[in-house]
Design a protein around this ligand. Structure first.
Ligand code: FAD
Length: 583
């Protein structure tokens, strides 16, 4: 062989050998690769083992997903191994975690030169769906905060309880919420010398959303609900309060970590301690009746169906913020162009189920937007906690303040929508960031916002303005004017309530935000006993409802931190009354 030809031959042989290794895991070979993706809580790192060209195992090396959403990683890993495929459909209710898993798996496969379409699918034969038949005194439909509270109280009142949840995990909107809780007359207010009472709370709720019959029940029982969560369920409340827009005094309790994780983790643990059966992946599709009374439910899951009979049913399925068609029908302005902060489970199922039995609904067109949300996904931005500690100002692209930063969500959202580019640019300083513990409580969100240029942390105010293309001269003047107002203790432009704080110690933090659909105030009509009513005011026997599935509590505008109080108070009432009926 000539020298040149010999070299060519050796190169070809080496290339063949390399490409054989490139069929990672081919011919019985076992190889592992690591891949990274971005989920809801930040980086998801997977280790993928391939044997004979097939996915043999997937191990999660790192993840920061919310409890519940993290379970979706296991579900997807099981699917990928069983089918030898990269999953196409994510886990319902955990779309961002699912996206992160798929990215990480695809990245790992790419390290072995494998494209998802190269994987040979395994034909998995599914057994026919089994139907589970069960009975309980009380059946709870929906395992968010209202549902789990109702289940626990009904059990404590002596009832045998079953909870049905359509997603593979419990928690609903409550899990992803900040879970701040308006409790008038609470122990921290007393320590800080803040005067408050259920009557003042009723007045604030009435000013915000209009007079509602159920407000008094909410206000009178809100503090007891918070104490029940603390003393019976074990929820830890921080030793600080937040000041939500529209409240006349600072009254909102903060759960540990400023997240609904604390409430749901503790409710779930309490439900487990009490031996309550919770069926997940069980979407209730029908209420069963005998005569005029509700006596059970039918539910469908991906693997099983359910028929559960009982003496009372409590609907706690949450609102309909994620159901675009239902939103548009209720209020055509709230269309698909507006993103949503809600869990994918919030599709109004309970409202539809109750209406099928003649239940009345109220205020369906009243849909609340939350002003400070991610312009890309609609997720509520928790760095905005700084605002609720009264430490931010917000400007427009022209560099001017345009609204009271502690006005109602409606006022702020509408003011943002009216600006030239539809965005608000919220500014605070390092002292505010430190005070509100946003770095400790929401690190993944901060990383995400920085990566997507939606947050800038800069040494100077000029850099903040440049980052977002804001009129610099006007903006600098606005901040100077604001700091002058703080010296005088009044805001003559927008009359901002609470204590005024300067924006003066760098680094400075600025975010770009849009309003997104946040809360559906309308829903099923109930009485103060949480019984579901028909339009003629009569009770549908055996049917109760609590939480965001109901209407008539918040009128046309819910105040921040009033929902967690609402779902706890009415969850408890519904659970107790359903148990009493079942006796
Ligand atoms: C991002 C965010 C932040 C928030 N922050 C706060 C706050 O700080 N303070 C405050 O007061 N409020 C806050 N809210 C509002 C508050 O969290 C909600 O109003 C409240 O959690 C609703 O509780 P719920 O139990 O009624 O419904 P959810 O917690 O949504 O639970 C309903 C459950 O029912 C399930 N379900 C639905 N349909 C079916 C069916 N057919 N069969 C079985 N199960 C079903 C759902 O999957 C879900 O798990 C926030 C909301 C969001 C989205």
């Amino acid at each position: 062989m000539k020298k040149k030809a010999k070299w060519l031959f050796l190169l070809l042989a080496a290339a063949l050998l390399f490409s054989a290794c490139g069929q990672k895991g081919a011919e019985g070979e076992t190889v592992t690769y690591q891949g990274v993706g971005n989920g809801r809580g930040g980086e998801i790192k997977l280790e993928v083992t391939l044997e004979g060209g097939k996915i043999k195992a997937i191990k999660t090396l790192e993840q920061h997903e919310t409890p519940g959403h993290d379970k979706s990683l296991e579900t997807l890993a099981e699917y990928a191994v069983e089918h030898n495929q990269v999953p196409v459909d994510g886990v319902a209710g955990a779309s961002l975690s699912s996206k992160g898993f798929v990215e990480a798996l695809t990245d790992a496969l790419a390290k072995g030169n494998i494209k998802p379409e190269d994987l040979q699918a395994v034909d998995v034969k599914k057994a026919a769906k089994e139907t589970i038949e069960d009975t309980a005194d009380v059946i709870i439909v929906g395992a968010g905060g209202a549902g789990l509270s109702a289940a626990i109280r009904a059990t404590e009142a002596g009832a045998d309880v079953i909870v049905m949840e359509k997603l593979p995990f419990v928690g609903g909107n409550t899990l992803i919420s900040g879970a701040e809780y308006a409790a008038p007359g609470n122990w921290i207010q007393k320590k800080e010398g803040i005067e408050d009472s259920p009557e003042i709370f009723v007045n604030d709720l009435t000013v915000a959303g209009g007079k509602q019959e159920l407000i008094t029940t909410l206000a009178d029982n809100a503090l007891d609900g918070a104490i029940w969560l603390r003393d019976d369920v074990g929820v830890v409340w921080e030793d600080e309060l937040m000041f939500f827009g529209g409240h006349s005094v600072k009254r909102s309790l903060i759960p540990l970590g400023a997240s609904g994780k604390e409430i749901i983790t503790k409710l779930k643990a309490k439900a487990k301690e009490l031996g309550i059966t919770v069926y997940t992946d069980a979407r209730v599709t029908k209420l069963l009746t005998e005569g005029n009374a509700v006596v059970g439910v039918e539910a469908q899951g991906s693997e099983k169906n359910y028929v559960v009979k009982g003496k009372a049913v409590v609907l706690t399925t949450g609102g309909f913020g994620s159901n675009i068609e239902m939103r548009k029908k209720a209020n055509p302005e709230i269309d698909e162009k507006i993103l949503s902060t809600n869990s994918s489970g919030s599709t109004g199922d309970g409202i539809i189920l109750a209406q099928e039995l003649g239940a009345d609904v109220v205020d369906m067109k009243e849909i609340q937007l939350y002003p400070i949300c991610d312009p890309l996904s609609g997720a509520l931005l928790y760095v905005d906690d700084t605002r609720l500690y009264q430490r931010t100002i917000m400007v427009n692209k022209e560099g001017k303040r345009f609204v009271e930063e502690l006005g109602t969500r409606y006022e702020i959202s509408m003011a943002m929508k009216a600006q030239s580019d539809g965005y608000g640019y919220e500014l605070w300083d390092q002292a505010a960031a430190d005070f509100s513990k946003i770095k400790e409580n929401h690190p993944a969100e901060i990383d995400y916002l920085l990566e997507n240029n939606l947050l800038v942390i800069a040494d100077t105010l000029e850099e903040c303005a440049d980052h977002f293309g804001i009129d610099k001269d006007v903006f600098l003047k606005t901040v100077e004017t604001w700091n002058g107002y703080v010296d005088k203790g009044v805001d003559p432009d927008f009359n901002k309530r609470g204590t005024l704080h300067k924006v003066e110690t760098g680094p400075f933090w600025m975010i770009k935000a849009v309003p997104a659909v946040h809360h559906t105030m309308g829903g099923i009509v109930i009485n103060p006993k949480a019984q579901v009513l028909r339009a003629d005011g009569s009770v549908i026997k055996g049917l109760f409802a609590a939480g965001e599935v109901t209407g008539g509590v918040h009128g046309n505008n819910r105040l921040g931190s009033a929902a967690i109080a609402d779902i706890t108070v009415f969850g408890i009432i519904a659970g107790e009354n359903a148990a009493a009926m079942a006796k």
